[in-house]
Design a protein around this ligand. Structure first.
Ligand SMILES: [Zn+2]
Length: 126
């Protein structure tokens, strides 16, 4: 198999991870589908964190993974505190879903071999 086949296989794995998350209720996230261009919602509570410009409620967190990689994502300032591993997994899966939608819209290929399998170990506020 060439690298495209491996990449597609990895994407299927990532989308399966998203489907598992969707079937178990996204750990209570209000807005797993958080991209409403130009508006971006907080995935956990659903409040608006950008409306084309960054609002005062906007915050970021860095997820850390078992392969020592990291992923920066968004939240509101209120929800960025005290997130559980289950919520972090749901937040990450919401991002995988958004990345797959972005890939289809823009034709920009995502690094599914990096994205799909890594396990979350924790996070820090940025
Ligand atoms: Zn929030």
């Amino acid at each position: 198999m060439g690298s495209l086949a491996h990449s597609l296989e990895a994407k299927v794995k990532g989308l399966d991870r998203v489907k598992r998350q969707a079937s178990t209720g996204w750990a209570g996230l209000t807005a797993p589908n958080y991209v409403r261009t130009p508006i971006i919602l907080c995935k956990k509570c659903g409040c608006t964190i950008t409306d084309g410009k960054t609002l005062a409620s906007f915050s970021e967190l860095k997820l850390t993974f078992n392969d020592n990689s990291a992923h920066v994502t968004t939240s509101c300032k209120k929800c960025v505190v005290g997130l559980s591993l289950a919520e972090l997994e749901a937040i990450y899966c919401a991002d995988l879903l958004a990345l797959s939608q972005e890939e289809e819209a823009c034709g920009r290929l995502m690094h599914w071999q990096l994205l799909s399998d890594r396990k979350i170990t924790g996070y820090e506020r940025l």
